[in-house]
Structures are given as structure tokens and as C-alpha cells.
Design a binder for this molecule. Structure first.
Ligand SMILES: Cc1cc2nc3c(=O)[nH]c(=O)nc-3n(C[C@H](O)[C@H](O)[C@H](O)COP(=O)(O)OP(=O)(O)OC[C@H]3O[C@@H](n4cnc5c(N)ncnc54)[C@H](O)[C@@H]3O)c2cc1C
Length: 505
């Protein structure tokens, strides 16, 4: 097409690629900050939140670092570093404030449809692990974010907390656990869909399902030309937009590569698949009421920490064990086995090879995990639930995570387990790579994106005022301000129907 013709085509202000929780959160924030914005959402599947954001595809843990031991590493001097735990706990408080705003303003449905209190429990066995957990507990309770955490090594008390985990266990075995009653289970799929329902009802938001983005190119007037294929009709068309957010989950890396921005060069992806054991016996499901996280086995990746989780999905209580991490070359659960080979380009070959060679043990571990027999899987479950019976469990496939591989001046390439926003072309395009800690921190991640890519608007009085209305603690530290933390926790607990953080006097 001729450049002048392209210039005359009117398009949306913002295109969101992918209808998962990240695009939903960004779309909601942008609409609240600037209701006049025209937004189009492009999603390859026929509904929102059908990949990682769906409740059956993720663990639904409201990550607050209450029970996840991989967020509090032991230092060489034996001390426990809780800085990452503090960051994650603060982020989740920010998410809850934004969700409370949506509910208070009747933008999304009743709170019980997506968030509930479930105690978060860390459970360990063996002397070294018990020592670790005790030290972790002592370090964490110094910080107000973790106030209310309790610790025990007492078998009898633990039997009351987690009978399935304790029954059938040798009473001389050293065990320990911490418990946080403020922990939550979140149905991120239900939340995402209710946000999209609202967005679709807005005049200026158009959502196209079964539309797969194939190409991205910046044109002369600075806008992005997005080539999209309607997977139902086979028809291809072009959409022009000033801003593009690639919130395509595992599909983000290939699209970032297609955008050709220099900032995106050198990134690669390391896909990690997941499987659950899903309990089918109602009697067993009803006997457990906690999210019980253990310690990752030596040599296993942080996201493979197994947990025995009470879940509430579609109004029903469920019990899941896992995820068992594995290796697959797909970038999306409904993706192609060619995703990984196709993502290898001249620009990321070296980082991919270096990270691959450096992480051979991890790859071997993941392949071994995939090859596990049903009996081996039940053996892993028995570490947490000694009396588990194989006939009460069925295997289910979880979502796919693509971990980031990045260029590194010394090592060539490194594998990372966090998330990262990569932006370019004067911040008119941004992509979210990585998958952890994930949906729980979606609001903080999107605030970071707004601060970076909407710099000219974010500091205006109008946006600042609105941001403080949406997130009352916006711009302030919660870990350093116990009074403010109590205040926002009580506010979100009340609106979201959760247990109060501080009893009212
Ligand atoms: C096994 C597992 C357990 C997890 N547990 C937790 C947990 O307990 N707590 C937590 O907070 N987080 C958890 N996460 C992480 C969390 O699920 C993700 O961080 C989050 O859902 C990612 O949201 P998203 O919107 O980026 O991606 P997704 O939800 O995957 O959405 C991306 C969308 O983009 C679409 N798409 C892809 N390519 C294209 C294209 N070319 N064109 C158009 N559309 C495209 C996809 O179809 C998809 O709908 C877990 C993840 C996994 C896999």
C-alpha cells in the first residue's frame, strides 16, 4: 500500500494483543484513566482467558510470598533474604486495591466469584528444612506484611491444620509449617473474563476473537501496522495503531521478534509445560482446606515446587497437586510444537545456545518429569499426602510458561524466571515476557508499563488523582508504613469479602 494511503486509514489508539489477564488489566486501567481511548483487542482463541489465565491452567495462588519458599532464599551466611518476598507481597496488595476499586464501582461481578481466603501453609520435613523454615519465619514476622504468620513443629497442631498431609506420617519425623490465614485463592480466569465483559460493553473497545496476529511493522507516520488473520474465515486485514501491547503470554516472544525493534533482539524463550493431579473423590476434597507449598527438590526449577491446593473453580471446591513441570517445545498450551524452533533467530542463537548448555541439568530434569509414570507421580504426591490412592486422582494438563533467555556479556546467555517488559520505538510498542510471579502481580506490572510508556500522561494531575482513586496506596511503600498497610488491607478485605487483616476495635 502507498504511504499516503496508509496515513489516511483511521485505527484505534491502542491495540492489545491477547485476551489474558495482562491485556485485561491494561485495558481496564487505560479506560479508567482515559475513557475516550479507542482500544482493539486481538485474540487467536474464541474466548478470553483460555491460555495461562484460565483457572485450570494456573495454580490460582494469590502470590503474597506467604508460603512460596523460593521467594526467600537462604544466603551463604545462613540468613534468609526476604526482599523478593516483600516486593511480591506489596504487589499483591496493589492488585487487591485495583480489584476492590472495580467491585466498589460495580464494574465487575461479586467478589466471591473470583477471590477467597484459603490459608497459605509452607510445610517441610527433615532437620535442615525445619531449621530453614524456622529462620524464615523469624525473618518474616519482623515485617508488617507478614504479621499474623504462625509457626509450629507440633504434629498434633499440624494434624488439625492439614489432616491429609499429616495422617499416615511417622510421628518421629521432624516437620514444621507456617500458616497465614490471609492467603487467597484467585480464579484469574473469572476475573479476566469479567474485565473483558465490561470492556466489550464500552463503546470504544472492540474485541476480535479467533483473530491471530501474524505481522507487526512500524510505518512511516510512527504507527504500527498489525496484520491479523481471522482464523474462522481465513481473511487477512491490517489494523493501524499508535500503541501496541503484546500481552500474548507464551506467544509474546515470536511477536516481539516480528516487530523488529532493536530492544527485542537477543531474547529467547525456554518453554516449561505443566501437569496436575486432580482429585476426583469429593470426600478427599472436603478434607483439605489450604494451599500447602513445599520446598523444591535440589536441582529442580523454582516453578516446579509442588503444592497441594484447595481451589474454588466455578463455585466448586477442588483439590489439585502439582504442577509437575515438564519440557515441551510449545509456547502456548494451544500452540505448535514448532514454536521453539521457529523462535530461534540469528540474533538470539548465541544466548539460546549458551543458556541451553548452561541449563542442561534443568532440561534433563524437565524431560525426566515428562517421562514420569503414573506410579512415580503418585509417589511424589505421597510426600504431601501419605495415604493418597491413585484411583482418586486424574492427570490434567496445565498452562505453558515461557521463561526468558537473555543476552549476557559474560555468559553469552542466561535463563531468568521473572517477567520483563521490553519496549521500543519510543515506547509505542511493549511486550511482556516471562511468566512469574504472574497474574497476582498484573496490576504492578501494568503500572510499570504506564509509567514507562505513558510518561507524558502519568504525571498529570488528572491521571495521578485517578490512580490514587484506583489504588489508594499508589506511590507509597506499604512495607515501610504499617498503618497504611492495615488501612488498605482492611479496605480491600471488606470490599472483596476476605478476612480482616486487623480486628476493628
Ligand atoms: C502451571 C502454571 C501455574 C501458575 N500459577 C500461578 C499462580 O498460582 N498465581 C499467579 O499469580 N500466576 C500463576 N501463573 C502465571 C499466570 O497464569 C500468568 O502469569 C498469567 O496468566 C499470564 O497472563 P497473560 O495475559 O500474559 O497470558 P495468557 O493468559 O496466556 O494470555 C495470552 C493470550 O494471548 C493469546 N495469543 C497468543 N498469541 C497470539 C497471537 N499471535 N494473536 C492473538 N492472540 C494471541 C493467547 O491465545 C492467550 O489468550 C501460573 C502459570 C502456569 C502456567
Amino acid at each position: 500500500m502507498h504511504n499516503n494511503e496508509e496515513k489516511d486509514i483511521i485505527g484505534p489508539d491502542v491495540v492489545l494483543i491477547g485476551a489474558g489477564i495482562m491485556s485485561a488489566t491494561l485495558g481496564m486501567m487505560l479506560k479508567e484513566l482515559n475513557p475516550d481511548l479507542k482500544i482493539e483487542v486481538l485474540e487467536r482463541l474464541d474466548m478470553a482467558a483460555a491460555e495461562s489465565s484460565d483457572a485450570w491452567n494456573n495454580a490460582g495462588t494469590g502470590h503474597s510470598a506467604f508460603c512460596e519458599l523460593n521467594y526467600t532464599p537462604e544466603q551463604p551466611d545462613g540468613s534468609i533474604d526476604i526482599s523478593k518476598a516483600i516486593r511480591i507481597a506489596e504487589s499483591f496488595e496493589i492488585s487487591k486495591q485495583f480489584w476492590a476499586y472495580l467491585i466498589k464501582n460495580r464494574i465487575i461481578e461479586l467478589p466471591t466469584s473470583f477471590i477467597r481466603n484459603i490459608p497459605h501453609i509452607s510445610f517441610v520435613w527433615g532437620h535442615d528444612n525445619v531449621n530453614f523454615l524456622r529462620k524464615r519465619y523469624e525473618a518474616m514476622v519482623q515485617c508488617h506484611l507478614f504479621k499474623g504468620m504462625v509457626y509450629t513443629e507440633d504434629h498434633r497442631e499440624l494434624k488439625e491444620w492439614i489432616p491429609l498431609v499429616m495422617n499416615g506420617r511417622d510421628s518421629s519425623e521432624p516437620v514444621a509449617a507456617t500458616r497465614m490465614d490471609l492467603g487467597t485463592d484467585v480464579n484469574f480466569g473469572a476475573l479476566t473474563r469479567s474485565m473483558f465483559r465490561y470492556l466489550q460493553e464500552e463503546n470504544n473497545v472492540i474485541t476480535h476473537f479467533t483473530h491471530e496476529v501474524r505481522k507487526l511493522r512500524q510505518v512511516e507516520d510512527g504507527r504500527w501496522r498489525i496484520t491479523v488473520k481471522n482464523l474462522k474465515t481465513g481473511e487477512k486485514r491490517k489494523i493501524y495503531s499508535r500503541y501496541v501491547f503484546i500481552g500474548a503470554g507464551g506467544g509474546a516472544l515470536p511477536l516481539l521478534e516480528k516487530s523488529d525493534i532493536p530492544e527485542g533482539k537477543g531474547y529467547g524463550g525456554f518453554p516449561v509445560s505443566g501437569q496436575w493431579l486432580r482429585c476426583t473423590n469429593r470426600d478427599v476434597i472436603e478434607q483439605h482446606e489450604a494451599k500447602v507449598y513445599g520446598k523444591a527438590a535440589v536441582g529442580s526449577p523454582p516453578m516446579s515446587v509442588p503444592h497441594l491446593d484447595t481451589r474454588y473453580i466455578n463455585g466448586k471446591r477442588e483439590l489439585l497437586f502439582g504442577p509437575y513441570a515438564g519440557f515441551s517445545t510449545k509456547f502456548l498450551k494451544k500452540g505448535s510444537f514448532l514454536d521453539l524452533p521457529r523462535s530461534i533467530k540469528a540474533g538470539n542463537l548465541r544466548p539460546m545456545l549458551s543458556a541451553g548448555i548452561r541449563n542442561m541439568d534443568l532440561t534433563r530434569y524437565l524431560i525426566d518429569q515428562v517421562r514420569q509414570t503414573p506410579d512415580e507421580r503418585v509417589e511424589a504426591l505421597k510426600d504431601y499426602f501419605p495415604n493418597a490412592r491413585p484411583e482418586d486422582w486424574e492427570l490434567a494438563v496445565a498452562g505453558q510458561r515461557v521463561q526468558i533467555i537473555k543476552k549476557d556479556p559474560d555468559k553469552g546467555g542466561v535463563l531468568e524466571f521473572g517477567t520483563e517488559i521490553v519496549s521500543g520505538a519510543n515506547c509505542t510498542l511493549a511486550a511482556l515476557l516471562g511468566a512469574s510471579p504472574g497474574a497476582s502481580t498484573a496490576v504492578s506490572i501494568m503500572l510499570g508499563l504506564l509509567e514507562r510508556c505513558f510518561m507524558h500522561r502519568i504525571n498529570t494531575d488528572e491521571w495521578q488523582e485517578k490512580l490514587k482513586e484506583m489504588i489508594p496506596s499508589y506511590g507509597q511503600s506499604l512495607s515501610g508504613n504499617p498503618a497504611l498497610l492495615d488501612q488498605v488491607r482492611n479496605y480491600t478485605s471488606e470490599v472483596l469479602g476476605l478476612v480482616p487483616a486487623v480486628e476493628k476495635k
